[in-house]
Design a protein around this ligand. Sequence first.
Ligand code: CAA
Length: 380
Amino acid sequence: MNFELTEVQKDIQKMTREFAARELIPNAKKWDENHEWPTDALKKLAELSLLGIAVPEQWGGAGLDNVSYALAMEEISRGCASTGVLMSVNNSLYCDPVAKFGTDAQKEKWLKPYAAGEKLGCFGLTEPQAGSDAAAQQTVAVKKGDRYIINGSKNWITAGPKADAIVLFTMTNKEAGNRGITAFLVPTDTKGFKRMAPDKKMGISAAWSCTMYFEDMEVPAENLLGKEGEGFKVAMSTLDGGRIGIASQALGIARAALEEAIRYSGERKSFGKYIREHQAIQFMIADMATELDAARLLVHRAALLKDKGVRHSQESAMAKLYASEMSGRVTNKALQIFGGMGYSKEMDAERHVRDARITEIYEGTSEIQRIVIAANLLKD
Ligand code: CAA
């Protein structure tokens, strides 16, 4: 067992920490308030090869491991949770399934420019009636010669308003249930592809998401990702990786809250001393740091297993469940340490609480993670 990061992993951590301090922390509050898409930050992430971290260099990525990805996601999300999730969607939910299930011809067209950050991808699984119950897909794809005609809708698609392509899940055989689901690669400028205005949300306001509609949208059969009827497995195994990204985002948000609370506890005085000299505050800080570390260990274990190429559904679910709920507790305690000022829009504490909340919902709610964990433990 080895808790030491490699030299490359330490370099990635340092580089992304410095980038976050320079480019993200000074802007995150403004982007959140203005619901401003972080155009420049994404451009710079691309220049640093952070939009296809674990994609082989041959296909435009940085060719690093998933622990490096988790480290980078934590640092970027420590700077700006919105930028963090956009990075996670392109890496985990778009590039990863194309790298894993795409043919070489598809990778040339649908992976290289996306892993290099020249284009942006998104992931279309969620529908109004298929959130947690992801197998209940209503978007239908009907084969017609060498094309499929797609009709339906998706909602809450993170990066949807700006993405150049989507990994789109459809039902090709309703009778077959989850074995009737098929994934396609679809450019967002396809005729019949309509995107609505960005959603209004409680947090991660700079990471735009939207509803989209497909009306008699024609997609060539060559855009099928994986095999017909195997889309559900594409989606589920993709989410096993995505949950590592979101768990790392939760770590980053919690760390921002903890670091700021520690700093403030040395500035604010009550009862004649700095609040960090009160045991009540010390105990909160000790609990926050311990939980954060425990979550990080779970996240890095899941990333290590992904690097080993073994199934890591349970470990990813545990990491996402614990890290997201930890982030909720830690950001709330940080706000408590700030007292009245924590409730003020002047401080970042309230933003961290709002940003942390979504990590318990997207890429599978906490309840779905518990279902995945229990199903693995009780399967025999
Ligand atoms: N890898 C490979 N195959 C898997 C798998 C995995 N991780 N999980 C399940 N499967 C396979 C099963 O082996 C099974 O295969 P067979 O039919 O051959 O036996 C098949 O898939 C069906 O499995 P289940 O019976 O477990 O499926 P289910 O219908 O009961 O659903 C679920 C399971 C865990 C509840 C699933 O629906 C789920 O994860 N729901 C949550 C969806 C989700 O996370 N959505 C997030 C949307 S993306 C997003 O949020 C992005 C964003 O905004 C940032």
